[in-house]
Ligand binder design. Structure first.
Ligand code: MG
Length: 255
């Protein structure tokens, strides 16, 4: 079921979103060689809790196949697409492409965001991949207007990937968000114009394209969480939480 959020509910999500924007700004400043991905996790968890919020990823999920997620953020490097587990044994190196994905709950309402950063100089082809993934997210957000359909969002994102012949990660998609991190509907990063559910004011979505320098395919590592490209190519990921308003999308996860 897709829920319509009231303005005071969106306001709580906006507050959660500004907490995340602050955390990302600080973590970006910490990205340098020899920092461990666990160091970033410690900073993020402290900032989220100091702001009176709760990290939504910590303890998420878990099943017979997987442990509950053990970190407050996901840190995924290079060919890792999403859901990298913070680790004291994992050091960031010069030239790494680092994806930080963070979610929190404030007064019962969620926000979810991700950014891709380069640590030091990287080849032009990787800069282009990162830039295109950000533009894919922006194109998807711009299509999230009342009266459009979810297929319009996916088609807008997919068109940016196709311009550059990048792979699009298909098993992982954007989502509704509100009192739960993952609500209906799914928001795929591909689609056909004019198809899918109609978008209405008051809906809130996390829009989050993942583009690969190589093919579409991804695989799950033995840790039960980390998703990697099967061809070893570098992947980029951007995510914002938005609210659809009568006059168009409002991004909730920016300062
Ligand atoms: Mg998400």
């Amino acid at each position: 079921m897709v829920t319509i959020k009231r303005p005071e509910e969106v306001a709580r999500m906006r507050h959660a979103g500004t907490i995340l924007a602050d955390v990302l700004r600080v973590l970006e400043g910490e990205l340098r060689p020899d920092v461990t991905t666990a160091d970033l996790d410690v900073i993020a968890e402290r900032m989220i809790r100091d702001a009176g919020a709760t990290p939504s990823f910590l303890g998420y999920g878990g099943s017979r196949q997987t442990i509950p997620f053990p970190g407050s953020i996901c840190v995924s490097l290079n060919d890792e697409v999403v859901h990298g587990i913070p680790s004291t044994g994992r050091r960031i190196g010069a030239g790494d492409v680092v994806k930080l994905d963070i979610g929190c709950i404030w007064q019962g309402w969620h926000a979810d965001t991700a950014r891709t950063f380069a640590v030091g100089p990287i080849p032009e082809r990787l800069t282009r991949l990162i830039d295109a993934t950000r533009r894919g997210m922006e194109a998807g957000i711009a299509a999230a207007v009342p009266g459009n359909r979810l297929g319009d969002v996916g088609a807008a994102i997919e068109a940016v990937a196709h311009e550059h012949s990048y792979g699009i990660v298909r098993p992982f998609v954007g989502h509704g968000i509100g009192t739960a991190m993952h609500e209906d509907p799914q928001v795929p990063n591909y689609g056909r114009v004019g198809t899918g559910m109609r978008i209405e004011a008051g809906m809130c979505f996390a829009i989050e394209p993942m583009f690969n320098l190589g093919g579409d395919d991804v695989a799950l590592l033995d840790d039960g969480w980390t998703v990697v490209t099967t061809d070893g190519s570098v992947s980029a990921h951007f995510e914002d939480t938005i609210a659809v308003t009568p006059s168009g999308p409002e991004v909730l996860t920016r300062a």
